[in-house]
Every structure is written in structure tokens, then in C-alpha cells.
Design a protein around this ligand. Sequence first.
Ligand code: MN
Length: 396
Amino acid sequence: MPEKELKDFDIADVVPTRHPLKIDDTTLRDGEQTAGVVFANEEKIRIAKLLDTVGVDQIEVGIPAMGGDEKETIKKIAGMGLRASVLGWNRAVKEDIQHSIDCGVDAVAISIAVSEIHILTKLKKDRQWVLDSISKAVDFAKKHDLYVSVNAEDGSRAELDYLIEFGNNAKEAGADRLRFCDTIGVLDPFETFRVIKHLRQEVDIEIEMHTHNDFGMATANALAGVKAGATWVNTTVNGLGERAGNAALEEVVMALKYIGAVDLGYKTEMFRELSEYVAQASARNVPIWKAIVGTNVFAHESGIHADGVLKNPKTYEVFSPEEVGLARQLVVGKHSGSHSVAAKFREYGIELTPEQSQAILAEVRRTSVQLKRALFDKELMYIYKDYLERTEGKQL
Ligand code: MN
């Protein structure tokens, strides 16, 4: 690839210095909208506190217009004196926004659909009605001194010229940013980059990425948007969210740091704790292979990998496990090599000779195939004991 082209994709060049990159986390809104997920009031409060401590810039707390517990909890969170901005989600109607105002939030998302299929078949309105509704709603919110994000729902399937008109209309009405929503997750990073770059050129407003994971590209698309000039990313812990979920907070932050060279300065060492808390509160287990926070992300078994990591962790790890609140594990099983076996026994204070390591390894592999899993410490000790009895007749 020519040098010029590579430079075009250098994230450090396109993140505008006048707008430092920010994160608006929606675990408490889109995350809770996941089919079957309900957070208890105390859990919403606890998650908001954790997100604030981790360092997110804005917390999308929920939908005040739902009233009841939702509204009461949002009011509590807005009154907690968090460092982060607190944002309530609204439809583009004054009544919804009034509920947000009642809660004392400092920011609102005002959402309306912008694709033909949504405007015609869901709203049963036309494009002009959408523009007018947004103008009125934004005007109302700005009169109440709120920070306003205008959400272009299903923006990825909207006609681009209309999306530009919608963005300019929102800007004229006084909106502070435009949330570009890939509501059903149909973009790929290349198309995302193209659309957001174009949008940035045609509309003078900050752009936020709201991406869904239906094709497994939520995080990639969020980053592509950032590369194209978006300055906000909407995330959820564990990627929780409707259907296949949203861009995961922990993935976006760590990818920005290690792939994009943008360090947001978050307390990333809390990511595993936050992930576990949200997993428990949402009753959605985090797979052990989940990027960034899965328990297996720093587990090494295969002989070549474990040997490399023992010599220098950087051979097979991009960053250290402590950075996200995890620990490195050397797993001994079918794919282990003799170096891992020797290292494992060293942890128990036993120094094996190379011959002993080889002999024990053979037994480890045989047992592991039989059990169809890696071995526990106790099982390794049994193998060692049997080996000594066999070879030296020595009783332990
Ligand atoms: Mn969504």
C-alpha cells in the first residue's frame, strides 16, 4: 500500500485535537434493553458509580419517560454528583424531554428514525415531519440548558443525502452532537469510514458512533468511525445490548490504546470487575474467550505459546493481564510442552530434570485426552507421585 494511503488511516491524525475522543456508555439504556435483562435499582446505581470511576465521559442512564422505578433511579443517579455527564434517552417529543428535565440530568439524547423503512412503515410519517419533530424537540431541550445529542436511528440505512440534511437541521436547531446509529448492525468498517468521513465534511457537528454487533463488527465499526472523524463512541460493558449487542466498552478502550494509539487514561484495571458485576446483574455470562475480559484471554496451554510467554510475555500477549484486572495462567494439558510442565512444578517448589519433565508430560497428555480437559494442580501432583513410585520405588 502506498505511504500516503496508510497515513490516511492513521488514527492519531484524524482524531481532531479540538475534540478529544469521549465515551458515552449506554449499558444502563441499550444494555438494559437487551431482551430479558432487567437491572435492579441498586444495580443501576452501582453500575453508574463503577462507570464513573472507570472514567467514561457520559453515562446514558435510561429512559425517564418510562416513569416509575426507572425515573426515580435516574433522578438518584443524576443527583449523585458524578464526575461524568448523565444523559437521559428520549423520543423526539416534549413530554419525554420534560421527564428528563424532572430527573435533573444535564444531557439528553433525542432519538428519531431516519431511514425510509422506519419513517414510512414504523412512524407512518414523511421526511419533513421527522425534521420538524427534531427541530421542535431540540429547541425545547436547549431552552432548558441541556446538552443535546440527536440520535439518527437506523442512520446506516438512511439515504446519505437525507442524513446530511437531518444532521444540518439538528445543528441549526442547536444540537451539540449527532449520534450515528447502525441500529441493526449492517455496516462493515470500510463502509462506516466512507459514510462518516462524508458526514463530517458536510455537517459541522460532533459525531457519535452507536454500532451493533449483528455481524460481529460493532467494535471495528466504532473504530472506523473514529478514524473518519467521529469524536464520541457509545459503548456497553461486555457488549451487552439488543440482539447481538453493542460495541463493548472494554474492547473500544483497549483497541484505541493498543491499535489506535489513543490512550483515554481510563482505570482499565477495573474492567474485569466491572464486567463481572454487569454479567451478574444482567444474568448474562461472559464467555471465557470474550475479548479483553474473558478468563481465558491470558491462559496459555500450547507448548510453543507457554514456552514463549515464560521467556517473555510479550511473545503472545499484547498487554499485561493486570492492565484489565486479570491474571496470567499457565494451563497444563494435552497441548503443553515440557517447559510448561517444568515451570508448573517450579511453582510447587519442585525442580524436575528434563527427563522427568518429559516423562510426566507424556502422562499429562494421556490423562488430559482421557478427561477431555486440562489438569488440576492436584492431578499433576498425583502424576508426579506415581512417576516417582514407578521409577524410584519412592513413597511420598
Ligand atoms: Mn441500539
